[in-house]
Design a protein around this ligand. Structure first.
Ligand SMILES: C[S@@+](CC[C@H](N)C(=O)[O-])C[C@H]1O[C@@H](n2cnc3c(N)ncnc32)[C@H](O)[C@@H]1O
Length: 335
């Protein structure tokens, strides 16, 4: 990774070979062998409460079930139980990516694992892809993107707030186990506004992922760098953002009809005859929108279906689609 400065080099096109002491599989973020100092571990108690911390020789972990020494964990193969000083018992593993991102230090709100999984699948992130994302926030989605593109792909992350870029850099380095002064070979982190930086750099992209307050401001810049057939995927928290970004993509004319959806995930309690949905559920995280870039000068087919009554009536003040069936006049009408 380059530094979080606007003048960094283009992302690496091939895996770095000069990162000392880091085996190639480390770039998956999966670490094998005995637990080492500097690695994160995840302890789960008998009530299912979880504690995540970084292993440091000579340190102690304290909880309401007493304490245990980090030295008693370091050097052991993960996947064991260990007693605490007050008779508690803890299960010890390295955190999975989905566990790491919800417990790591945060600057901005993170993309939750259920949504990262959807983004990777529905934005079709593949090994070798050139992915651009903004903003990097805390780096949660970045970890999933880096895993999906692998060592021959590239992820270029734009972030306009330096303090968030710093948090993201630390989190991504921690997850992938980057050596001191090194980074994931496929990652470039750039400080700046995507809408300004993308046109300035002129680098192409196969996929662009936007997780920010005003993604519609970036649609023109994204259209300029995205290759024909490429996918833009937008993650927004509110219905007003959802509407505006979908209408902006439609009005642009160089993208396919945007698809919008959300995912709801519910845990199940399965115990003997007591098999029922869990009581708690994360009701809403965000909406996702995907759309594909048309080839230069090409537009998607004119829609045959009329908009829903009132969709673009007098109360609607957002961007208006330009592909209405012939004879339908939208401005100021109450269709
Ligand atoms: C919700 S956070 C992103 C979280 C991130 N995807 C993650 O999973 O950790 C939104 C971030 O976008 C950044 N941002 C907003 N607009 C931006 C723009 N036009 N260019 C670059 N970064 C932007 C904000 O500073 C903020 O850090």
């Amino acid at each position: 990774m380059s530094d979080a400065a606007p003048e960094t080099d283009a992302p690496a096109a091939a895996p770095a070979t000069d990162a000392p002491d880091v085996p190639p599989e480390a770039w998956s973020g999966v670490h094998r062998g005995p637990l080492r100092e500097g690695e994160w571990v995840r302890l789960t108690d008998q009530k299912g409460r979880r504690h995540n911390f970084c292993l440091e020789a000579g340190k102690r972990f304290f909880s309401n079930r007493g304490h245990l020494d980090h030295d008693d964990l370091i050097g052991r193969e993960e996947g064991f139980t260990i007693p605490s000083s007050a008779g508690g018992e803890y299960l010890v593993f390295r955190p999975l990516l989905s566990e790491f991102v919800v417990s790591m230090p945060r600057g901005a709100a993170v993309v939750y694992p259920k949504d990262s999984a959807q983004i990777v699948a529905l934005a079709d992130i593949y090994p070798g892809a050139r992915v651009v994302e903004a903003g990097v926030g805390s780096g949660a989605l970045t970890c999933s993107l880096l895993r999906a593109v692998g060592p021959y792909g590239t992820v270029t992350s734009y972030e306009r707030r330096e303090e968030f870029a710093d948090v993201a850099r630390r989190n991504v380095h921690q997850f992938f186990g980057a050596p001191e002064g090194g980074s994931h070979p496929s990652w470039t982190l750039r400080l700046g506004d995507l809408a300004e930086e993308l046109p300035r750099r002129g680098e192409g992209a196969d996929r662009v992922i936007l997780d920010m307050l005003a993604p519609w401001e970036c649609v023109d810049a994204v259209a300029d760098v995205l290759s024909p057939g490429g996918i833009v995927c937008v993650y927004v928290a509110t219905t007003t953002q959802l509407s505006r970004v979908v209408e902006t993509l439609r009005a642009h004319g160089g993208f396919t009809e945007p698809q919008a959806w959300e995912s709801l995930v519910r845990d199940w309690h399965v115990e003997g005859l007591a098999v029922r949905p869990g009581h708690k559920m994360i009701g809403h995280t965000a909406f996702l929108v995907t759309s594909r870039r048309m080839a230069p000068g090409q537009r998607p087919p004119v829609k045959k279906r009329r908009p829903a009554p009132g969709a673009y009536g007098p109360d609607y003040s957002g961007p208006r689609p330009g592909d209405l069936p012939p004879g339908i006049e939208l401005e100021g009408t109450d269709l």
